[in-house]
Design a protein around this ligand. Structure first.
Ligand code: COA
Ligand code: MG
Length: 288
């Protein structure tokens, strides 16, 4: 699985912000044509974003434009403007059923043929942000081999549910868990909704750590100042790496003595515990 810890949203109609984004180092740039762009600037955003894709791709992070959802009538033209050699994939809002994925898939297939890309080259990150999408989460995650991750959209989901957002995410806890389990079962990344308090680094840190704890592998950023904090929150800390090394060492020592389990600091170390420790060390190594 690829690494997508931080995904930086940039309003697609704002050339100055697209320029500014290139100074930061997220794992992906998400030029947005959807909800950060006012209705009367949709065409302009499409053109501005298209003109920046080559430059964004040069920087290093993957480029994954977010296009308008199927129900807007804008999706086909959005995709036609961004699909090409400079993007890794596209993200699509308000995907609620496998049929929605199939519809996007069909448009991408035509555009790949037209632009000389390999079939299936353009990856897909659907937004899971309606009650129906939560119910159908696993079927959506497995609806196309293009899907590399799914994005949890708390703002649209609470709108759909007719409920308010809160700082502790209690109202979306069930949905978050469902999506993380579905994503894992499908072998794709669970990516978390942005944290809107962009001047509250402590709040973001707590929020991102809580996300990682339940299985999210990354999180969207709405401001460049959030990128480093998100990268850190979704990377194993030095303390975690040191502890994992001790767990592995204790287990290997036990194995040499012909035992299948042992203890460390008063906690049992057995096969699943050492598997988790080794997996964490693998992630840490791959990020180095
Ligand atoms: N990408 C690139 N640059 C950004 C940025 C972003 N997401 N957010 C802010 N910046 C830039 C600003 O343009 C400003 O640049 P400047 O110094 O050249 O003027 C600099 O970073 C500092 O910005 P700041 O003054 O702290 O914030 P702001 O008031 O200009 O913008 C927001 C705050 C929330 C309006 C802005 O961050 C934003 O539009 N974010 C994206 C929202 C979004 O994409 N929503 C959809 C997903 S839910
Ligand atoms: Mg949304």
């Amino acid at each position: 699985m690829s690494v997508l810890r931080s995904l930086l949203f940039v309003p697609g109609n704002r050339a100055n912000m697209l320029q500014k984004a290139m100074d930061s180092a997220p794992d992906a740039f998400i030029p947005d044509l959807e909800d950060s762009v006012p209705a009367d600037e949709k065409t302009q955003a499409r053109n501005v974003t298209a003109s920046f894709l080559a430059q964004l791709a040069q920087v290093g992070p993957r480029v994954i434009p977010r296009v308008n959802s199927l129900d807007t009538g804008l999706l086909e033209e959005d995709l036609a403007a961004v699909v090409g050699p400079h993007i890794y994939g596209v993200s699509v809002g308000k995907i609620s059923t496998p049929a929605h994925v199939a519809a996007v898939d069909g448009v991408l297939e035509k555009l790949e043929a037209k632009t000389g890309l390999q079939r299936g080259q353009i990856k897909l990150v659907p937004w899971i942000e309606t009650a129906l999408a939560i119910v159908k989460a696993y079927d959506i995650c497995t609806a196309s081999p293009r899907i590399v991750g799914v994005a949890f959209g708390a703002e649209d989901l609470t709108h759909d549910m007719g409920i308010e957002r809160s700082e502790d995410d209690a109202e979306v806890a069930y949905s978050r868990n469902v999506m993380c389990v579905a994503a894992r079962a499908a072998g794709v990344l669970a990516l978390d909704t942005p944290y809107f308090g962009f001047r509250d680094p402590e709040g973001l840190k707590r929020n991102a750590q809580a996300s990682r704890k339940i299985g999210f592998k990354g999180k969207f950023a709405i401001h460049p100042a959030q990128v480093d904090l998100i990268n850190a929150a979704f990377s194993p800390s030095e303390a975690e790496v040191a502890h994992a090394r001790r767990v592995v060492a204790a287990f290997e020592e036990a194995e040499r003595q012909g035992r299948g389990s042992t203890s460390l600091d008063g906690q049992v170390v057995d096969v699943p515990v050492v598997k988790r420790a080794r997996a964490l060390l693998e992630v840490a190594d791959s990020l180095r």
